[in-house]
Design a binder for this molecule. Sequence first.
Ligand SMILES: [Mn+2]
Length: 416
Amino acid sequence: MKKEFHKENRELLYDSMDPGSLAILFSGHAPRKTGDEYYPYFANRSFVYMTGIEQENSILSAHKPDKSTEETLFLLPSNLLEERWTGKRLTGTKAQDISGVEHIKYIQEFKDFVNHLVQTNQVETLYLDFDKLTEDEPDSDAYKLASYVKSRYPFIRIRNLQPQIRKQRTIKRPCEIEAMKTAEQITKAGIVAMMQSSKPGMYEYQYKAEFDYTLANHGVLAPGFPSIISAGENNFCIHYYSYKGLARDGDMILNDVGACFDNVINDVSRGWPCNGKFSEKQRLLYECAYATSNYMFHILKPGIPMKDVDLTARKFNFEQLKNIGLCDKYEEAGKYIWHGGAHHVGYDVHDLVSPTENMITAPGMVFCVDIGIYCEEWGIGFRLEDNCLITETGCENLSAVTPRSIEDIEAVMGKR
Ligand SMILES: [Mn+2]
């Protein structure tokens, strides 16, 4: 992303802040795995959204005394010995180029910087990104700073930036849509590679290898989230990550995967028969999901409560299952329809939205339309998941580039 994108994101954030305030965002750092080994570092998504910086232990500070805001980026200092082992660190100039933040300092100066602002009465309110999902998570840097400030300066008001950041991230900018479309082409290439290598006797890890290899050939070295790739009975585990199962003749393959391009993620699911030809029962069920998904893309537009999206899909999907005689009463739908999936997608595969908001669909939102059918008595389970962009007048299926109709899937697989 260009630095203008990040600058505009920050401007919107600062507009939401009170005068006499200070906002602090952290890039985070990798937790230790075992011995002296660390998990791969993954920069805090909101930090990247606001700065474009993906280096460990970076901090963005925004001081807003009145109307204007003074920004400072704190970075790890250059250390030639450490850099021999871990690679070059960002220089101040490079960080300015990426983020558009003018003032650069080193992280050693951070605490003094905050103390000085507070002690000279320049800060009444401190904004932090409190992003715990559960209470028992270890404290992130934001929580640690809040504890420090509370104990030293109990008169400071502390506020959570999270609702505002979530609100902003929910509406995608044109450059994010472009990145998502590029990612969709790469996701498509990965899924088509799996379809075209598919055959009975293939292991799930071999499908995964095809997907990862194709992404890597497009410069995408890690998928946007851990891929779900399963065969046959394993499709009945919604979040399956073992990859050890074998595809037997007549099995469906399920995948729930996505490439990431320029920090924007896809989330796409397809199901196909490993032998390339839908059986009668597979066809029956797939047509139900396909009709439901098409219906959703037909009706989705601005102004619809998000909570109705999954409900509408569920009701329509139930009608399809009823038409083929699989269930009779809506109350029985849960036997076959195990989940919804209308979650926003973007910098995270599950872009969190503010829980207090009764969200209404609006132009620029991108969320998944995820239609799953799990029929254990027939041994068939799969889902059809696409990425829906809400436009001014309706919606667009961004992942329509990946084969999704029975005809298209069989045609692609016929080219093996
Ligand atoms: Mn998914």
